[in-house]
Design a protein around this ligand. Structure first.
Ligand code: NAD
Length: 339
């Protein structure tokens, strides 16, 4: 485990269990060099504890990089709650998790993530103030979608020479909280939408309300399009799938889209412009961090606007140096965190 922590440059790993509620939780703190570690808590099924720990560590590192490049005075962390086979009192379980967060004295601040909701955050908030995205503070997803939409425009400008999206063919994989809100914005901007989701009803809604064309999930990546926007799960870009892509750029919300760092170079060699995921999808983090600090809508809006500028600067460096945008983003984040 220490070798894994060393490889990821992880600062701390905390584990707890509460036999009364069935809570089994892991908090990975990647870095607190720039501020307290903020990152969501997942509540999912895991095959075993080790895969849950690995997930938490990997995601915590991504949060550090995301916060650093978003210009927030925050470090990165992530919590994973292993979903028990039987949940008795869900709120009691999240309250037990809240007590665990409180023991860390503010070094970790939690938020909504896969499998959790603002109602769960409300339960945590009964035990600690180190929690964001409660029902009072609101859902970060629309802000993530807004940032991704701005990032898609920056990507279109860099790769296609024009940031107007009218008439561009954009393929959205995953129509959940972020993917659907993004599709609404893309449709309003006049883009031609291709969509897929594992849940038929979500596809049907996009077809009926946004005029989108449905595509089978396993076929979407191979569809000819201008921009592919992955908004489902991570890891979809690997040696095999990149070979079949027929798009000019990839720019979407999903975390950890690249199966490994070498995939960024494959995309670069194929002339496919890649928007580093933790740069383009930072809108939700920016929202929860600034809302938690009590900042105004105006200040949050101004900060969200930075996503487009940051991506454009990364693309300019990528073009000048012939290096993938993902490598440029990693390098800049590491410089900000480690000096
Ligand atoms: P969500 O669970 O609401 O939606 C994900 C959707 O993707 C679901 O409808 C699911 O059926 C679909 N999906 C999964 N795999 C698919 C596949 N192979 N093909 C087609 N559809 C597939 O999640 P979300 O909150 O919308 O987040 C989407 C992604 O964005 C996740 O990777 C998440 O980590 C990332 N992200 C979300 C936020 C946020 O604010 N919610 C912020 C940053 C990053």
């Amino acid at each position: 485990m220490f070798a894994l922590m060393k490889a990821a440059r992880l600062e701390a790993l905390h584990l707890t269990r509460d036999p009364v509620t069935g809570l089994e939780a892991i908090i990975a703190i990647h870095s607190t060099r720039l501020g307290p570690a903020l990152g969501g808590c997942r509540f999912l099924d895991y095959a075993d504890t080790e895969s849950a720990v690995r997930d938490a560590m990997r995601l915590a590192q991504g949060m550090s990089y995301k916060a650093a490049l978003a210009g927030l005075e925050l470090g990165g962390g992530k919590a994973v709650l292993i979903r028990p086979p039987h949940i008795g009192d869900r709120c009691a379980l999240f309250q037990a998790f809240g007590r665990f967060i409180e023991t860390l004295g503010g070094r970790y601040i939690t938020a909504v993530d896969s499998g959790t909701s603002s109602t769960d955050m409300d339960c945590i908030a009964r035990q600690t103030r180190h929690v964001t995205s409660t029902t009072d503070e609101g859902d970060p997803s629309p802000h993530t979608a807004e940032g991704v939409f701005a990032g898609i425009r920056a990507t279109a400008r860099a790769r296609l020479g024009c940031e107007e999206l009218e008439g561009l063919r954009i393929a959205v994989q995953g129509l959940g909280h972020v993917g659907y809100a993004l599709s609404e914005r893309l449709a309003a901007a006049g883009a031609e939408l291709l969509v897929s989701d594992l849940e038929h009803s979500r596809v049907q809604r996009a077809v009926e309300h946004l005029g989108a064309r449905p595509v089978a999930s396993d076929a979407l990546l191979r569809e000819p399009c201008d921009i592919l926007a992955p908004c489902g799960l991570g890891g979809i870009l690997n040696g095999e799938s990149v070979g079949t892509l027929r798009c000019a750029a990839v720019a979407g919300a999903a975390n950890n889209q690249l199966a490994g760092p070498e995939v960024a170079d494959l995309l670069q060699r194929r002339g496919i412009l890649y928007a580093p995921d933790y740069v383009i999808n930072a809108g939700g983090l920016i929202y929860v961090a600034l809302r938690h600090r009590g900042e105004s809508d105006q200040s949050i809006g101004a900060h969200l606007g930075g996503i487009r500028l940051r991506l454009s600067a990364i693309y300019a460096r990528s073009l000048a140096e012939g290096c993938s945008p993902a490598r440029i983003a990693d390098e800049e984040a590491e410089r900000l965190i480690y000096g």
